[in-house]
Design a protein around this ligand. Structure first.
Ligand SMILES: Cc1ncc(COP(=O)(O)O)c(C=O)c1O
Length: 392
């Protein structure tokens, strides 16, 4: 039976889409908001100065609520995660001899900005490896977390990582990592792209210095918008561009040439130029409203329930699966047994219309509310037949 949430999307009825970690399908309401946004420009005379501000503010408020943040003005509207990371890296106060702690193989959008900032001042980027030879389910993610905590010390200026690893869903204990960061006077910068929206994120408990999320995955939004929440450590930072709209007094369209030195409060200074995108922001807003209605807790419990059967089958078949406490339920990896023919598996998945990602020797499975038990069953049946074929 289809999930009750499937009707909010326009996914093809015969597709088993288990790949939200790649890209979310657009909810119908979000699509409609985008179309309406395009149509607004048919008649520019109807655009009012407050339109440049009100929608942006609503987006800030909704994202702030989603992460249990404290102040909507701390939310910046960005074009990508890389852009938000570049802001954090530019303003992290890195100095010669400092260390930036990252996890091995994290998404490059949260690596290159740190590499540049570190190389400019003679600081070092350290990539923390998962334990070699330890399989998921045998302590891999737990030991990886321990290694991150051990790597942080007096030289650490920044630790930056996801809540889950983007390739296999390994869970990072941000509360403990945040506490350790404060102990050693380092900043915690979280890339929430693969988690916020699907895994509850409680800002007051984790207390990160920045959280940055692309909207096109678990926030169910469009491509080319990201949102960043910047804490007090970034209050006096230098933005990547000097937009007129982030300056105090910008609401007075008649007085824009009375140039000001001061910015709007919070993180508004970090907004991308032309942040009041009249097509994309209404889409982001609709998706955020849907998620606030549905809640990340519901996404997490729905996906946990859905995947339980597949995971116990996979464990029985001898596939390496991470323990429940050490992985996301919305995104997880299955390490393929040696006898699986990768080409045959790819062909079988395609013909069964099962969409997942392959990352190295693992399958990345990432369901959402629109998925039902039949989607996971289609995946299990396909894996089962390829496995039996391989054993013959
Ligand atoms: C963990 C993570 N961060 C960020 C991104 C996107 O980065 P950007 O917005 O810089 O393209 C992705 C895309 O797959 C991702 O998986």
């Amino acid at each position: 039976m289809k999930s009750a949430y499937h009707r909010h999307f326009t996914l093809p009825a015969d597709l088993h889409y288990l790949n939200c970690a790649f890209m979310a399908p657009l909810p119908i309401r979000t699509e409609q908001a985008g179309i309406q946004g395009i149509r607004r420009k048919r008649n520019p005379a109807r655009s009012r100065p407050q339109d440049f501000f009100d929608e942006s503010q609503e987006v800030r408020e909704s994202f702030c609520r989603l992460i249990d943040g404290e102040d909507p003005d701390r939310v910046a509207i960005l074009p990508s995660v890389s852009y938000g990371v570049a802001i954090a890296a530019r303003n992290a106060g890195l100095r010669e001899g400092d260390e930036v702690v990252l996890t091995r193989d994290q998404f490059p959008g949260n690596v290159y900005g740190w590499r540049r900032a570190a190389s400019e001042v003679g600081a070092k980027v350290r990539l923390i490896d998962p334990p070699e030879g330890v399989l998921p389910g045998e302590g891999r993610a737990r030991i990886w977390n321990e290694r991150i905590l051990e790597a942080m010390g007096p030289r650490t200026r920044v630790v930056s990582l996801g809540h889950v690893h983007w390739t296999d869903g390994s869970l990072f204990q941000l509360q403990a990592i945040g506490a350790r960061a404060r102990e050693v006077d380092a900043l915690l910068v979280v890339d929430g792209t693969q988690s916020v929206g699907a895994l509850p994120f409680h800002y007051p408990t984790i207390r990160p210095d920045a959280v940055i999320c692309a909207t096109y995955k678990w926030l169910l939004g469009p491509y080319s918008v990201a949102l960043g929440y910047f804490g007090p450590a970034f209050d006096d930072g230098i933005p990547l561009e000097e937009t007129w709209i982030a300056r105090e007094g910008s609401r007075d369209f008649g007085g824009l040439v009375n140039y000001r030195d001061s910015y709007e409060p919070g993180a508004v200074r970090y907004d991308v130029g032309e942040r009041s995108n009249f097509i994309l922001l209404p889409m982001v807003l609709q998706s955020l409203k849907l998620l606030l209605e549905w809640t990340p807790e519901l996404v997490a419990s729905h996906t946990a329930r859905l995947s339980a059967e597949l995971l116990s089958w996979a464990r029985n078949e001898g596939w390496a699966v991470e323990d429940d406490d050490w992985r996301g339920s919305h995104i997880f990896g299955l390490r393929l047994p040696a006898e699986v023919d990768h080409q045959a598996l790819g062909a079988a998945l395609e013909s069964a219309k099962v969409a997942v990602s392959r990352r190295g020797d693992a399958l990345r499975i990432s369901p959402h509310l629109y998925n039902g038990a039949e989607d996971l069953m289609a995946l299990q049946d396909t894996l089962d037949s390829v496995l039996r074929e391989g054993r013959r």
